[in-house]
Write a protein that binds this ligand. Structure first.
Ligand SMILES: [Fe+2]
Length: 112
């Protein structure tokens, strides 16, 4: 039996099994899904959208680093190069933030 805990007023079952409860593995899991509420499905839908957003954000941050790196190499003056270095640093910080969020979702079992 999964460990059930309450987070934000919603029931969650040992997070790895959260996805199993929603999607199941076949006929044998039908009983496990009987207790699901509309709120469970909304929550899963929101989590999946958030995960897709994170993947998209990760791509954009990589593109930002690549773009500013190219501009840095093309810059003709030190003032411009310094600005691009700062922008690259900022994009890398964003990358770490997004990667951290993805890692957290994976740790919680919210990633599929
Ligand atoms: Fe960014």
């Amino acid at each position: 039996m999964p460990i059930v805990r309450t987070v934000g007023g919603e029931r969650e079952a040992g997070m790895g099994s959260f996805w199993k409860r929603i999607f199941g593995r076949g006929q044998d899991d039908a009983d496990d899904r009987k207790g699901l509420s509309g709120g469970d499905y909304v929550r899963v839908s929101e989590l999946m959208q958030f995960n897709r957003n994170l993947v998209e954000a990760l791509k954009h941050e990589h593109v930002g680093v690549e773009l500013y790196t190219r501009y840095l190499l093309e810059a003709n003056d030190e003032e411009g190069r310094e600005m691009y270095r700062k922008l690259i640093e900022e994009e890398r910080r964003h990358l770490r933030m997004v990667e951290g969020e993805i890692a957290e979702h994976k740790r919680k079992g919210y990633w599929s």
